[in-house]
Design a binder for this molecule. Structure first.
Ligand SMILES: Nc1ncnc2c1ncn2[C@@H]1O[C@H](COP(=O)(O)OP(=O)(O)O)[C@@H](O)[C@H]1O
Ligand SMILES: [Mg+2]
Length: 565
């Protein structure tokens, strides 16, 4: 070939690598070949022999070469992949070289990432299918294949309904329509459904259907992910049933609390009624006695008045006889008067009148006092906070329960004059003393002694100590441990409620005081109440959480019964 022939120039200026071969096996490479292969002199030296021979034979036979691929190890460059295509006419062949190196690298990277993706997909425990818009399966992971008990390649291309068919899903349609919905709405969808696992057991699955978009923003495929949420679901269910159970228990407890509260209220009422009963009996008895003799005195006085009136009539007649000077009549009436005086025993009568009047005044005084004591005791008109003289409180309480005590015991009092006033609720504290006194009397079988002592206490803080001892039956250690418990009683039904000391304890506590017991079976019992001198702040603080002593009982009782809301 001539040096500057037009063909040569054409080849030289062609922008892609070209090789020209003539029938004498002369090879000519253009500049592009040289720069591609990095050899300025003879790039063809790098070609393997069989390729060079192929180019020659194609040239000689006027044939065609299509995409002959070879890898070349360039001197100082990396490996290069090329493909050669060409055609020969009349003993001249023209061959074009494509550089495939970059494409090959890209393909390798792509394959790597696909392999990695595959590995990740197969490592997933979730079942993954990818379906196209005709709902054919395009890809699936190992978990999916295992779940369907098929090879992955057998699944690909199948209709996605096999996912649900194979696993006997009752609601197959909604699941497929969920996938369709993703294509339509271009938004992820999810639902929970029950499917059989490979062992044929029904399991809860969460089905996620996620759109996979193409460049144009159309949903090209949908990834269906089935997550086994059976354990989670079962836990949820058991939590739910546990919750339900708890709620039921709670409801039952609440009912119980309500019933208990009603019972408590009833019992407190019973204890109150019992106290009122004792009180009424005592008061009735105390009042009956004086009223009885005042009544009989009045009867006697009425007779006396009659006698005196009779005598007065005689005197009147006597006066008239004297004025008219009828001597015989005068004598007669004088005798009659004397006789009458004898008859009615005037001297005794006059003495007795005064005695009866004195006695009656006495009786009325006693009734008046009892009424006063009763008022003091119940403090009907003053249920609020007051400065209390404990001695007077003891005395009025004693009078009120006197009827309960007098047949059982001689009552001894050692009440100190030197005690401070106590700020508190008089009605409530009287209830404490009354309960202790009645308990003391009830502990005595035939007859014994009850001693009441009050004294000032200065340590650990200023206050009053009230000691009530009896010579009754006493208590065993076991009983002693429980006397302040609500509803603890050793008395027969109807007589004891077991609330007296419990309430007493709450009342004393509300006054920031203390109540102690010392007792010996067969010997007797001493109950000691200590009440501190409080300022208003302190007692209000003590009652702050409650709205008064009455609610202290209820609140404290609830606590006692260990009933929580
Ligand atoms: N002075 C006492 N002597 C002996 N036992 C007592 C005395 N005071 C209380 N108890 C015992 O404490 C129990 C509880 O007393 P209390 O709470 O007043 O309830 P109740 O008097 O209704 O039984 C009594 O049943 C009794 O067993
Ligand atoms: Mg009692």
């Amino acid at each position: 070939m001539e040096k500057n022939s037009p063909l040569k120039q054409l080849i030289e200026r062609f922008p892609e690598p070209l090789i020209l071969v003539n029938k004498n096996a002369f090879f000519y490479c253009n500049q592009s070949v040289k720069s591609l292969l990095g050899d300025r002199l003879d790039p063809l030296r790098l070609f393997p022999d069989h390729v060079v021979q192929k180019l020659e034979s194609v040239t000689q036979e006027s044939g065609v070469l299509k995409g002959e691929e070879i890898s070349l190890n360039l001197k100082d460059k990396e490996e290069r992949h090329i493909a050669i295509s060409g055609v020969a006419v009349g003993g001249t062949g023209l061959f074009l070289i494509y550089d495939l190196t970059e494409i090959k690298t890209l393909l390798r990277i792509l394959k790597n990432s696909r392999d990695k993706f595959r590995t990740v997909l197969d490592a997933l425990q979730d079942i993954v299918f990818v379906v196209d818009n005709s709902l054919k399966i395009q890809n699936a992971n190992l978990a999916a294949a295992q779940w369907l008990n098929e090879d992955i390649k057998n699944i690909i291309g199948k209709d996605c309904t096999i996912i649900y068919e194979k696993n006997r899903l009752k609601e197959r349609e909604p699941s497929v329509s969920l996938v369709k919905k993703v294509f339509d709405l271009k938004e992820p969808q999810q639902t929970e459904l029950k499917l059989n696992d490979p062992n044929g057991e029904q399991r809860w699955f969460l089905q996620l259907a996620l759109p996979i978009f193409d460049d144009k923003g159309q949903v090209r495929q949908v990834a269906i992910i089935l997550q086994n949420i059976h354990d989670q679901k079962e836990k949820e269910a058991s939590i739910l049933s546990l919750n339900k159970e708890l709620k039921e228990k709670n409801d039952r407890l609440e009912k119980l609390i309500k019933r208990l509260k009603e019972t408590q209220a009833q019992l407190i009422q019973t204890e109150k009624m019992a106290s009122i009963g004792q009180l009424a009996a005592g008061v009735a008895h105390e009042i009956n006695n004086p009223v009885g003799f005042v009544n009989s005195n009045v009867q006697t006085l009425r007779d006396y008045v009659q006698d005196i009136l009779d005598l007065l009539v005689l005197y009147d007649e006597f006066k008239n006889a004297v004025l008219s000077g009828e001597k015989a009549k005068i004598n007669e009436l004088a005798d009659a008067i004397e006789a009458k005086k004898d008859e009615i025993d005037l001297e005794f009568l006059l003495n007795d009148i005064y005695e009866l009047l004195e006695q009656s005044e006495d009786g009325l005084e006693r009734v008046k006092k009892i009424v006063q004591d009763l008022k003091d005791f119940s403090h009907v008109d003053q249920a609020e906070l007051k400065e209390i003289d404990i001695n007077s409180a003891i005395l009025s309480t004693l009078n009120v329960v006197w009827n309960e005590l007098k047949y059982k015991a001689n009552v001894k009092k050692e009440l100190s004059e030197d005690i401070p006033l106590i700020l508190g609720f008089p009605q409530k504290l009287n209830q404490v003393f009354m309960n202790i006194l009645v308990n003391a009397a009830q502990a005595i079988e035939d007859r014994g002694e009850i001693k009441i002592v009050t004294r000032k206490v200065e340590h650990p803080r200023l206050g009053v100590e009230i000691e009530i001892s009896d010579t009754g039956c006493g208590m065993t250690e076991e009983v002693k441990q429980r006397i302040f418990d609500a509803f603890f009683t050793t008395k027969p039904v109807g007589k004891g409620t077991g609330l007296g000391l419990n309430i007493a304890y709450k009342i004393v506590k509300a006054h920031k005081g203390e109540i102690r017991v010392s007792s010996q079976p067969g010997k007797g019992t001493t109950m000691t109440v200590f009440l501190p001198v409080l300022n208003e702040e302190e007692i209000k603080d003590s009652l702050q959480r409650e709205e008064g002593v009455a609610s202290v009982w209820m609140g404290a009782l609830e606590e006692e019964l260990n009933v929580q809301r």
